[in-house]
Design a binder for this molecule. Structure first.
Ligand code: SF4
Length: 447
């Protein structure tokens, strides 16, 4: 796949089978640099949505709906003929992004497999058979006479899993049982002499195993190529994009106040209590308590406050008043006022700085005496439990939150806190502290 600066993508010559590609080799496409990144981000939205759904323990039928909605919302293209290209390009770009460590490979492999499974089930049986042929699966349909001899056993399995099918009308394949571990584990298949009788509509399990194994090997090979040549060859062009993609935040930037307009100084205590996420509550409490915050904390809280609509003059007054027991007005003007104006784009390059996303905050590394970071990631279990208690989260919800934290699903832990505090679900999940704030305000104002 060649990345170019501006030409249009040529017609793909790839391994597309019907509309579901198998991604077995990078297609000879020319890709515009901007599409390289944008397509990958759209696919990443789908994979992250799947990841959230799975970690929330959604049921298979809810997952089907979720994956369908995510795909429709993100993988469209204004030009219908480019939809397949977008699918293939985005997959191969993310392969580069997620081949680089064991942990990234594992995540990508699971999410792509879940996506493939869903898409394969939507294919008609002819396409499914074509895909089986593409994978050279050596299985032959079991002859009718043999089906007749095990008909009762097959019917028994069918009944036990509530299948209403007429055995004689179904095509079965005989497959070594270790190749369909999911079907065996869930007792959804009849096994005789080490061979499982897999019905056509269960073939998804076989195909998914193939897909997963091919992709797993391909990711290891891509990693070798990335380390040995691509990273160096592309160090000024693609490498920075690839390295930034797996931690990129995919939502709105919240650099401008939300639809609830401005927040004035007189309201700040009340909204901090009702609508700040734990990371910002903690910083807010600390600045009140210590009358100081180190640089990382001032940036994290300062940009968040700007994003929720605190105007520059109010921000200046807030920090000055909070610091006043320890920092004289003169020293404040000399040492701190510049960086606050800077955050509002009134100094330096005059850039309007963007409030930090959860991903950025979670991946920060606070040192001793720092209070920034994400409490779900950076607090000890005892401190986190105590902080959740102070937010009014009941003990059962605290347990659920701690469970997500133990599994390193920090944003999900924050989402569960949001749901417990507001008594309302947050299906999109928490991705940004300013999103937490605006979703909270929406709920509170509607009550
Ligand atoms: S998940 Fe995000 S909003 Fe929640 S506490 Fe962590 S950084 Fe803040």
């Amino acid at each position: 796949m060649e990345v170019v600066r501006s030409q249009r993508i040529s017609t793909p010559k790839n391994d597309v089978v019907s509309i579901l590609p198998l991604y077995r080799s990078a297609p000879p496409l020319e890709v515009r640099l901007e599409d390289f990144e944008l397509f990958a981000m759209d696919r990443l939205r789908v994979l992250k949505g799947i990841s959230d759904g799975l970690s929330r323990g959604k049921k298979p039928e809810d997952m089907d709906k979720l994956v369908g909605d995510l795909w429709k919302a993100n993988m469209r293209h204004t030009d219908a003929t480019e939809v397949v290209n977008k699918d293939i390009i985005s997959h191969f770009v993310l392969r580069l992004v997620y081949c680089r460590t064991e942990e990234l490979r594992k995540w990508f492999l699971s999410m792509e497999t879940a996506l493939f499974r869903y898409r394969f089930r939507l294919e008609n049986s002819e396409s499914q058979r074509t895909i089986m042929a593409e994978y050279n699966l050596p299985y032959k349909a079991v002859p009718t006479a043999e089906i007749e001899s095990v008909k009762d056993k097959l019917s028994q399995v069918a009944r036990s899993i509530n299948w209403t099918l007429h055995i004689a009308d179904v095509i079965f394949y005989k497959v070594p049982f270790e190749e369909v571990p999911e079907l065996v584990a869930n007792r959804r298949v009849y096994i005789h002499k080490g061979l499982a009788y897999v019905a056509m509509n269960q073939v998804v399990s076989l195909i998914v195993t193939q897909f997963r194994s091919h992709l797993s090997k391909a990711l290891v090979l891509t990693n070798r190529k990335w380390t040995s040549t691509i990273r160096e060859q592309e160090k000024d062009r693609l490498a920075p994009v690839v390295e930034a993609l797996c931690t990129s935040y995919l939502g709105p930037d919240y650099s401008q106040p939300n639809e609830f307009g401005e927040i004035s100084l007189k309201d700040i205590d009340q909204v901090a209590k009702s609508s700040f996420p734990l990371c910002m509550r903690h910083l807010f409490d600390k600045v009140r308590e210590d009358h100081h915050l180190k640089h990382g904390g001032r940036m994290q809280l300062g940009l968040f406050l700007k994003g929720i609509g605190l105007k520059l003059d109010d921000a200046m007054a807030f920090w000055k008043a909070e610091f006043s027991p320890k920092v004289s007005a003169e020293r404040f003007d000399k040492e701190y006022a510049y960086s606050i104006r800077h955050n509002y784009g009134r100094e330096g390059k005059r850039t309007d700085y963007t409030p930090y996303s959860c991903q950025k905050i979670i991946s920060s590394t606070p040192g001793v005496g720092d209070h920034h970071g994400c409490p779900y990631r950076h607090f000890s279990a005892e401190n986190l439990q105590a902080a959740l208690g102070r937010m009014g989260v009941d003990s059962r919800a605290v347990e659920d939150v701690m469970d997500k934290v133990r599994n390193r699903h920090y944003q999900l832990a924050c989402t569960l806190t949001f749901e417990a505090v507001h008594g309302s679900s947050c299906d999109a999940g928490i991705n940004h502290p300013n999103q937490y704030f605006s979703d909270s305000q929406k709920i509170l104002k509607s009550k």
